[in-house]
Design a protein around this ligand. Structure first.
Ligand code: ASP
Length: 284
């Protein structure tokens, strides 16, 4: 699988926390990268692999997406997710949606089965019902430990993939930011902000959504690749720009059409893992 690559993140964190939690994030990120890689090995597309990797992270209560999402100000869970196919620029996203176990699957359905890019709240749920999604009790996505854990505001998940055919995809999913106002939508489902893929790069971001949105951070990184930067240089440039802005902390993962990965963050940590033909890596 020359030049195929899967890169995932498990959120921009504070870098603190206990060793057991770090171990869980490490294992979770690696499991997701491997899950995406298996899809590519079986001949799957970048979109399929990105979705598969994100589903694994959504189902892992360690991360702030799907099961284990953070609580909003009223103690509820509202999730945001987006997926983008770099080959076609098709994109699907959902915002502030309650009661969907795997928001990234619903985002993909928006991309493939609706004429729209972004559906929110009740309309997104009605669409989900019409597409045969099971709606679950929103409280079933709440993990009790989430109420006390130090990383309450961290653990958004994402994946960027370059498949065997050279096509790119990006997917991101989150419960948002702890204590957010009901109805708040972050960067994750906004194309070009938390998620972007085109023919030259795929990018997924995590961190302070209100900062990422203002800089359209994912598009900024993809555009750097378009202008000749490597994936690593593009990630560095996007995060440097964020640092100069003083708007907040974030991290990005980037894959270029060459399959070469890059990542950067100005938060004190970025949980991540990747698989390329050269091997695996993981860091939290
Ligand atoms: N970017 C996410 C949001 O603002 C949160 C995160 O990545 O931790 O919704």
């Amino acid at each position: 699988m020359k030049n195929a690559a899967v890169l995932v993140h498990g959120g921009a964190g504070t870098g603190a926390g206990d060793a057991a939690g770090a171990g869980r994030r490490r294992r979770g990120c690696l499991a997701a990268a491997r899950g995406g890689w298996r899809v590519l090995e079986a001949g799957g597309s970048a979109v399929e692999a990105a979705e598969a990797a994100v589903v694994i992270l959504e189902d892992d209560p360690e991360f702030n997406a799907g099961t284990g999402s953070v609580l909003n100000r009223d103690g509820g869970v509202e999730t945001d997710a987006a997926i983008m196919d770099g080959a076609t620029l098709a994109a699907g996203a959902i915002g502030a949606v309650q009661g969907i176990r795997n928001p990234i699957r619903l985002a993909r359905a928006v991309m493939e089965e609706s004429p729209h890019v972004l559906l929110v709240t009740e309309g997104a749920l009605a669409f989900a019902r019409s597409r045969g999604f099971d709606l679950v009790d929103p409280q079933s996505l709440v993990v009790p430990a989430r109420r006390e854990r130090w990383e309450q505001s961290h653990g958004t998940v994402g994946a960027v993939v370059r498949d065997r055919g050279g096509e790119l995809a990006a997917a991101t999913s989150t419960g948002g930011i702890f204590g957010k106002l009901p109805g708040r939508v972050g960067d994750t489902p906004l194309i070009g902000c938390g998620t972007y893929a085109d023919g030259v790069a795929a990018v997924s971001a995590t961190g302070v959504g209100e900062a990422i949105i203002r800089l359209t951070l994912a598009r900024l990184a993809a555009f750097a690749v378009e202008r000749g930067a490597t994936a690593q240089e593009a990630a560095d440039q996007a995060i440097a720009r964020l640092g100069v802005s003083g708007l907040g902390e974030a991290g990005v993962i980037v894959i270029a059409a060459t399959g070469e990965p890059g990542f950067a963050y100005n938060s004190s940590a970025l949980a991540r893992a990747g698989i390329t033909a050269a091997g695996e890596f993981v860091a939290v």
